[in-house]
Design a protein around this ligand. Structure first.
Ligand SMILES: *Cc1c(COP(=O)(O)O)cnc(C)c1O
Length: 412
């Protein structure tokens, strides 16, 4: 079988050996306690061909701009290193991470391309980032001061992206403080401590087509760029677009786009379109093997709290996955699962490790496959269906799939 299995949370620098589903307990363990491959409790299969196809499709949409594949939070739950590799194979010139540790993990796995890492706190590992050729981000003077000190200690210039707050109101430098940040960066550049390689910002509402903040943020970004240029900065890349902006707002592409969720084949929001309409293919399929199938009488309480009672004599199927695997407990009584050819709804509460579905009169057996989410090929629910059921976004559904769920890579 063409499958390669890696524990979710291991960022091994050694290439993961291809293994079959029959591999035994000598499989290296991650930081969590992933099941032994082949044990068939629950698994997240990640189709790396889908990741490649999504990155190619994003490159076409952003013609003229480079693509930075965002692989933070372990590649939105898909596994940062294998997805980063697939994204590079499909032509991603950049990788993006939130934390420095996520960027270091990519280097440890052998990535030698451009990486931007943007979420820093005082005392962060700037020097390691500089020594590992990782582009860093500064939203304020404190960060710039630490970068300059780290670059001196490292004996080489840092590569810095200055982040403007064009209206998101999260990270980024306010317009009132921008001239000062830009001037300080220019002075440090003139001294050779750093090079300003990027000027950038981030959208608040790019997933709401026509939202007035989009145009306002673009105007503010053009102004921030003008101020930077007047101060003598000449950044290599200007960038502002996340997935929804990459997909729907060509005027926001500048030199580089930063899609995250679209790399994994999910639509950023129903308003933007379905994954299929956007030419994206969901990469993750989450499935489990039924642990037990049994007949129970009418009016039998099901799972903690007995929030579900069987309406008649029926068959229950036990799905061995729960909130300990990252399923939202709020999906109790409403999460969708494909079992024995039909969508079922989680019956009663989702527990830490298990939940139950009512199969009605249908036949199933222990070991049968229950598909929780996937691209929809077999009629299974999607991450978006789970998001709708629990009132969240697809991002959260896939990103929260936990370290106890082994990731199995297809089309490596
Ligand atoms: C997460 C993130 C992205 C990617 O956002 P998507 O909506 O997943 O495309 C881009 N830029 C920054 C700064 C981010 O934090």
């Amino acid at each position: 079988m063409n499958a390669q299995q890696a524990p979710y949370s291991s960022y091994s620098s050694a290439p993961q050996p291809p293994v079959s589903d029959e591999v035994g307990p000598d499989e290296p363990a991650g930081h969590g306690t992933p099941d032994v491959p082949g044990a068939e409790r629950v698994r997240a299969e990640i189709d790396l061909d889908a990741v490649r196809a999504n990155v190619r499709s994003l490159r076409e949409r952003a013609a003229g701009a480079q693509v930075m594949a965002v692989v933070k939070a372990d590649g939105y739950g898909h596994g940062a290193v294998p997805c980063a590799r697939a994204a590079r194979q499909a032509g991603a010139g950049w990788l993006g991470t939130a934390t420095p540790q996520e960027a270091f993990a990519l280097r440890a796995a052998g990535d030698e391309g451009r990486i931007l890492c943007w979420l820093w706190t005082p005392g962060g590992p700037w020097r390691t980032a500089i020594e590992q050729d990782i582009d860093v981000s500064a939203s304020g003077r404190w960060a710039l001061a630490e970068i300059v000190a780290a670059a001196r200690a490292a004996g080489r210039p840092a590569r810095v992206h200055l982040k403007a707050d064009t209206g998101l109101g999260r990270n980024g430098c306010q317009p009132a403080d921008w001239p000062d940040l830009v001037a300080a960066a220019r002075a440090a550049e003139a001294e050779g401590a750093l090079r300003v390689t990027g000027i950038w910002s981030h959208f608040a509402c790019a997933d709401e087509p026509g939202h007035p903040s989009i145009a306002a943020q673009l105007t503010a970004f053009h102004e921030a760029l003008r101020v930077a240029e007047r101060a003598g900065l000449d950044p290599e890349v200007r960038h502002h677009a996340n997935s929804p902006a990459t997909l729907t707002l060509p005027e926001t592409h500048f030199d580089l786009v930063r899609p995250g969720i679209a790399v994994y084949g999910l639509s950023p929001a129903p308003e933007i379109g379905t994954a299929h309409e956007l030419g994206l293919r969901p990469a993750m399929t989450l499935s489990a093997s039924l642990a037990l199938v049994k007949r129970v009488p009418r009016d039998h309480g099901v799972s903690y709290g007995h929030t579900y009672r069987t309406p008649g004599e029926t068959t229950l199927g036990l799905v061995p996955a729960g909130y300990g695997d990252g399923l939202p407990r709020h999906a109790s009584g409403c999460g969708p699962v494909l079992v024995a050819g039909k969508w079922r709804t989680v019956a009663g509460r989702i527990a830490m490790d298990q939940f139950v579905v009512d199969l009605g009169g249908d036949h199933a057996e222990a070991g049968d496959r229950a598909v929780l989410l996937g691209p929809g090929d077999e009629g299974e629910p999607t991450a978006e269906d789970w998001a709708r059921a629990v009132g969240t976004i697809g991002y959260e559904i896939v990103t929260r799939i936990g370290p106890r769920v082994p990731r199995v890579y297809r089309n490596v």
